[in-house]
Design a protein around this ligand. Structure first.
Ligand code: AMP
Length: 278
């Protein structure tokens, strides 16, 4: 379905029959990471809506909005196969029929990590997700741990604005060599693809160092930066060790921390993270 009115009507029917509604927001080009979200929703909800929308509000002027892959027919097949009842694929004019003057800004936790390198990104994400919540009114919404900051931002928004739903986090799905699956992996050349598992390897090295007793965030961060610098095809955007709740940098790894990195492999910016609990 393409229009807001159609979706509202269809979901209302399901809800009248007592269905528990799950929502999986995506930008399409669906892969096994998205499929894991749809599977989780289908196992916990009676009626699953997958939204497919490449949201212009969350892309910066020099980012890949125009070249972002769009493949609705193939995506629809994935949704059906994994148990979705409805695919909501609006055009930009369906989602934004008038210039948007109302935005959602989540403060503080958006200032570091991807928020620092992608100004306006989380404002775009929070605004479109709030719209999707209002359109679909799900009981549960499913998001991937791969985008850890996104999850933190959306949970904060849900709490702050009293959205009556539960956010469910789905673990990161990876290729056999550890690379987190992403629609942007398709941009990588063969040589870059060989280099890309570096992100996961570097994160696993940090986990090993923490397990071996190294708890200084500065030392672990330096170690991460060195590993990235040693790969000629890689250029670091950020490597941070932050409190998993506040997303503020920590001095020592204690409690629950998030180790998050963003690395350019060639021209493609990839992200990954691990949560460590000490
Ligand atoms: P996107 O289409 O990239 O906006 O992603 C839609 C949703 O799928 C987000 O909640 C992502 O965090 C999630 N997602 C993307 N890749 C993965 C992955 N490899 N494993 C788990 N979830 C993912």
């Amino acid at each position: 379905m393409h229009t807001v009115a159609q979706v509202r009507q269809e979901v209302a029917k399901a809800r009248q029959q007592g269905a528990r509604v799950g929502l999986v927001p995506t930008m399409g080009a669906l892969h096994s990471g998205h499929a894991a979200l749809i599977d989780a929703a289908a196992s916990q909800c009676d009626y699953v809506v997958v939204s497919i929308f490449v949201n212009p509000l969350q892309f910066g002027p020099s980012e890949d909005f125009d070249k972002y892959p769009r493949q609705l027919a193939a995506d629809q097949a994935v949704c059906t196969q994994h148990g979705a009842a409805l695919v909501f694929a609006p055009a930009v004019t369906d989602m934004y029929p008038q210039p948007t003057l109302t935005h959602i800004d989540v403060d503080e936790i958006t200032s570091g990590l991807c928020g620092a390198s992608r100004p306006g990104h989380f404002r775009g994400v929070a605004t479109v997700v709030a719209k999707l919540f209002n359109i679909v009114q799900p009981d549960r919404a499913y998001f991937g741990q791969k985008d850890a900051q996104q999850v933190a931002v959306l949970q904060q928004m849900i709490n702050d604005l009293n959205f009556p739903l539960e956010l469910v986090i789905v673990p990161t799905v990876r290729e056999a060599d550890g690379l987190a699956i992403s629609s942007r992996n398709n941009y990588l050349s063969a040589q870059e693809r060989t280099a890309a598992p570096l992100l996961y390897r570097a994160l696993q090295e940090v986990v090993a160092q923490v397990n071996a007793g190294e708890h200084s965030a500065a030392k672990l961060r330096t170690y991460l930066c060195e590993m990235i610098a040693n790969e000629p095809l890689a250029r670091m955007d950020y490597a941070e060790i932050v409190d998993a709740g506040t997303l503020k940098p920590v001095e020592y790894v204690t409690g629950k921390v998030l180790v998050a990195i963003a690395v350019y492999i060639g021209h493609t910016r990839l992200i990954d993270n691990v949560v460590i609990e000490v």
